[in-house]
Design a protein around this ligand. Structure first.
Ligand code: BES
Ligand code: MN
Ligand code: ZN
Length: 515
């Protein structure tokens, strides 16, 4: 992990390789945008004899969100480079949105790849007078650290011209001894380590992360963090009748697993179950997916990766709430032993399901894990999965869908809003469930009639069948947000995003504080 330190030394005098300052856009005369330096840049502006904003404007800087303009300082300040990052217009009320700061810090740090030490002097106002600056600091710290993320990859030679990520970050604050500031920096380190871990697992090539490998890596990391771990192998799964996990996993030479991780602090009064989809690769089985883009299905274990990483973060953050993770892992492959459309399988707990589409494998492994999770009597059940392409169609690549008990869904939405991992509540209409009646079994795996309409909602309707009445539960479909497929932007680079690690940490802290 990239080291992150606090400093209250004048940024103009810091012996670093670059200083990051913020720049607001303003509408000047004749619609021209004249950028305005944000708080934090004062001493650098003075060192430039008041001509920094003007110079940046000459270089084309406008202060638009995401824009980064680099300037050689030629000795005007200690650092040889100033990087001005756009923050958009000065907010009319309240502070700058934390997500804007998070993205800006990351964009600046990415643009400074090749530099070793970077100081960030973005506006994190009012050190020392209570908590209200914490969200800004948290966002800047997380963004800066996420901006240094790069997957190690598999290149045998370094790519020509590729510069290394920034190696260490100093955050400029008014008072480096401030407790809030210290806490936020520590928390950001823990949370970004979790996001990084989740991303690394998602980005790992699927031939290197088949279910037994994934289970072993997760178990090792969790045990190292001091968490309780149990791994059920295929024999144990058979013995206990995990029919969903076994059906999906049996087409692969690499057998399925169910990993349970527990965090049980003394004095906890609430308990949360987390269930995460761990399909290490989804070919679609005998409903085989098109070749184009199929490689992204190495990310079909994003839910499990995020949850395992959250568990490890909890061991360091130590909230007073009990959390248990249930992570079913399988590889959805094609072979002589694969399951097929028409199969009827007996799920964990005894329900019979008529399989209609082997590409709807996620709900089968999840239903088993959901039933298992409820044996431990949780107060809340949260399930995270890259479940449906329908989620991407409905909400796109940045907004997850959340379905289940209304109040818990609202809390998921609010947590996502606070951390910049948006999740939007979606309904589970009756007619979707009706279409899943089976002629021969308890329920069909999918709606056989309605074609692709409301796919995301069908997934939720199926899972709801396995949730006991009255248990607050939420299904979070992250098919879109789990994986970033385009050019780098803000704190996202191509590959796994780590969504919804930050949302879950925030929500667990909310449950810890408010029940
Ligand atoms: N893993 C996929 C969903 C997915 C799609 C994740 C795109 C990420 C990006 C899932 O197992 C799947 O194949 N879902 C099917 C369900 C259908 C057969 C009911 C889908 O969405 O088409
Ligand atoms: Mn599938
Ligand atoms: Zn899948």
């Amino acid at each position: 992990m990239t080291p992150l330190t606090l400093s209250d030394t004048d940024p103009a005098e810091l012996g670093v390789d670059a200083i990051v300052v913020g720049l607001h856009s303003t509408d000047g005369a004749e619609g021209q945008s004249v950028p305005l330096l944000a708080p934090g840049a004062e001493s650098v502006a003075v060192a430039f004899e008041g001509r920094l904003a003007e110079t940046l404007a000459l270089l084309g800087a406008t202060g638009a969100v995401g824009e980064v303009t680099k300037l050689a300082t030629l000795g005007m300040v200690s650092a040889p480079v100033v990087a001005a990052v756009g923050l958009g217009p000065v907010p009319e009320s309240g502070g700058i949105a934390p997500e804007t700061l998070r993205r800006a810090a990351a964009s600046a740090i990415r643009a400074l790849a090749g530099a070793e030490r970077v100081a960030v002097a973005l506006p994190a106002p009012d050190q020392g007078d209570g908590d209200h600056d914490a969200p800004a600091l948290r966002a800047i710290a997380e963004g800066a650290l996420l901006g240094t993320y790069r997957f190690a990859g598999y290149k045998t030679k370094p790519a020509p011209g590729r510069r290394d990520p920034v190696k260490s970050v100093t955050l400029h604050v008014a008072d480096a001894g401030d407790r809030t500031a210290k806490n936020e920096v520590k928390r950001a380190g823990i949370v970004v380590a979790a996001v990084t871990r989740a991303r690394d697992w998602v980005n790992t090539a699927p031939n290197e992360l088949r279910p037994p490998d994934f289970a072993a890596r997760v178990a090792e990391a969790a045990a190292e963090a001091g968490l309780g771990v149990e791994v059920l192998d295929e024999k144990a799964l058979k013995k206990s009748g995990y029919g969903g996990i076994l059906a999906v996993g049996m087409g692969s030479d690499a057998p399925p697993r169910l990993v349970t991780i527990s965090y049980a602090p003394k004095g906890a009064t609430r308990s949360i179950a987390l269930v995460g989809k761990g399909i290490t690769f989804d070919t679609g089985g005998y409903a085989v997916k098109p070749a184009q883009g199929m490689w992204e299905m190495k990310s079909d274990m994003s839910g499990a990766a995020a949850i395992a990483s959250v568990m490890i973060a909890l061991a360091a953050l130590k909230p007073k709430v009990q959390v248990t993770a249930y992570l079913p892992m399988a590889e959805n492959m094609i072979s002589g032993s694969s399951y097929r459309p028409g199969d009827v399988i007996t799920m964990y707990g005894g329900k019979r399901v008529e399989v209609l589409n082997p590409d709807a494998e996620g709900r089968l492994i999840l239903a088993d894990a959901i039933v298992r999770a409820q044996e431990d009597n949780p107060d809340y059940l949260l399930e995270v999965s890259t479940l449906t392409g329908g989620q991407v169609v409905a909400l796109g690549k940045r907004v997850a869908g959340v379905m289940g008990e209304e109040r818990l869904c609202e809390r998921v939405r609010a947590a996502g809003d606070r951390v910049g991992e948006p999740a939007w509540p979606m309904p589970i209409p009756d007619e979707v469930r009706k279409g899943m009646d089976s002629d021969i079994a308890d329920i069909s795996q999918i709606n056989s009639g309605m074609d692709r309409a409301g796919h995301m909602l069908q997934g939720a309707a199926f899972l709801r069948e396995f949730v006991a009445d009255g248990l607050p539960w939420a299904h979070i479909d992250i098919a879109g947000p789990a994986y970033h497929s385009s050019e780098p932007t803000g704190y996202l680079v191509k590959g796994g995003t780590g969504v919804p690690v930050r949302l879950l940490v925030d929500l667990i802290e909310d449950i810890d504080a408010n029940g």
